[in-house]
Design a protein around this ligand. Structure first.
Ligand SMILES: [Mg+2]
Length: 348
């Protein structure tokens, strides 16, 4: 038996002998293992860099560098980040399906009211995107749409438990790197203002359920609801924030920020001091999101656009409008790199 094992030429025995010899050789030559590991790490890092480069477009690198230098010179004390929520902080695609938006995910316990809100969408959305309607007329139409929708939510008896259930059933997820970006900015006391024409209570619930934590520097500027003791929606606080006025003017219009227990979210800066932060990183997925910085007399603004779909048709206009454009539902790592460059400066 042992003779047959030693002298057989079966492929199994040949492979086994080769593996033993290889292991023996590697033990005697550890330098080879080090070189092999370094090469592979390098290749992985290079692949990540190539993937980043594939999804990144910068039209005017000189202008971007000038803005970065100007922001670096004053440091994080003058910096604020303003971000759109849907398809900017959240992913556009999730497992091959279109991710839901914060307002699209809401299911009332009374489905008749979901249908009524859908009918409003079908009537007003074409008017929202119609290029021939003047901005003044469109603003009136948007106010009308939002007020009717809010009235339906009250009339249909929306409850906070329906919001929790809707978020838990929703297909919605944050881009990779959003948590790390918020953490990095929180450590440096840089405020993040999330502007949304949707509902603050839903966005807060999405943050709670999908990130399982809160950030003291993150403030949501959106429409905020009031619930009665049974958890039923009774009214909206502050003025209506819609697609055409979600900007820094809305800071004064929006209701004060409180969580469900009625306690302030602990943001260290008040609205006035946010406005003294005159260097801005703006994150958006629509060209209209650039309007979020209206109402702020900023000195330097770096606009980062996420172009998630229709890249061939929209790239030319996006790269003119935004300083940096990320394609194909890219993660947030590039923005984290940018922000860390800006915060590692003489001003800090
Ligand atoms: Mg959006």
């Amino acid at each position: 038996m042992s003779y047959r094992l030693l002298h057989t030429t079966s492929p199994f025995v040949i492979k086994t002998r080769f593996r033993f010899r290889l292991v023996g050789w590697l033990v005697k030559n550890p330098a080879f293992i080090r070189v092999w590991c370094c090469k592979n790490c390098y290749r992985t890092a290079a692949r990540i860099e190539m993937a980043k480069a594939d999804s990144l477009v910068i039209l005017d690198k000189d202008s971007l560098e000038k803005k970065k230098t100007a922001i670096c010179n004053t440091g994080s004390k003058k910096l604020q980040v303003i971000a759109d929520f849907d398809a900017t902080l959240t992913r556009y695609w999730i497992n091959g399906q279109r991710g839901q938006t914060s307002h699209g995910l809401l299911q009332q316990e009374n489905p008749e009211y979901d249908d009524k809100r859908q009918k409003l969408y079908e009537y007003y959305h074409p008017l929202e995107i119609c290029p021939t309607i003047s901005i003044e007329e469109k603003t009136k139409l948007m106010e009308e749409w939002w007020e009717k929708s809010h009235a339906l939510l009250i009339e249909g008896g929306l409850t906070y438990s329906a919001i929790k259930m809707s978020v838990s059933n929703a297909l919605i997820a944050f881009r990779e790197g959003v948590v790390e970006l918020f953490e990095y900015l929180e450590e440096r006391d840089v405020p993040v203002l999330i502007f949304s024409a949707g509902l603050a209570d839903i966005i807060e619930e999405v943050l709670k359920q999908k990130l399982h934590r809160s950030f003291k520097n993150v403030k949501i500027i959106s429409n905020r609801m009031t619930f009665d003791t049974d958890g039923r929606l009774v009214s909206f606080k502050g003025k209506t924030i819609h697609v055409l006025n979600k900007n820094e003017h809305a800071l004064d219009m929006a209701a004060p920020i409180h969580d469900q227990s009625g306690v302030s979210n602990g943001l260290t800066d008040d609205n006035a001091s946010v406005k003294t932060r005159t260097n801005v990183i703006l994150l958006g997925d629509h060209i209209g999101d650039l309007g979020m910085s209206d109402g702020l007399k900023y000195e330097n603004r770096i606009a980062v656009g996420f172009l998630n779909d229709n890249i061939d048709k929209s790239l030319a206009s996006y790269q003119k409008a935004f300083d940096v454009v990320y394609l194909n539902d890219a993660p947030m790592w590039g923005v984290l790199d940018l922000v860390s460059d800006l915060c590692s400066s003489r001003g800090d």
